[in-house]
Design a protein around this ligand. Sequence first.
Ligand SMILES: [Zn+2]
Length: 111
Amino acid sequence: MLITAPAEQLLEGYQLREGRCSYCKTTLNEGDSVSAYAVQYAGDETWSVPRLYCRDCQSTGITEPTLGATELLANGRLGCTTDTATQRSTLTLLGIERVIESTPEEGHATL
Ligand SMILES: [Zn+2]
């Protein structure tokens, strides 16, 4: 049986590769409110967060849904996780609140 965790759980603690707004390129820091665009393609179990927006640039919905993918737009804030062994800190998504979802059946096929 396939167990699907709620989107909030999937994105909570997600480690971000880059802490910059995808639109205005502002550097985002721990504690900042952000909007994260997450996508999962059909047949794929992993989620990726290709786009991150600051509070000023966050959009209110998924304007161009992609066919064959589940897309989420989640509002939350940034946290910081430090690996004590390597002393490297990673930005993570925390406090996911509102999630807008677009199912694989919505949207247009991209050529
Ligand atoms: Zn921005």
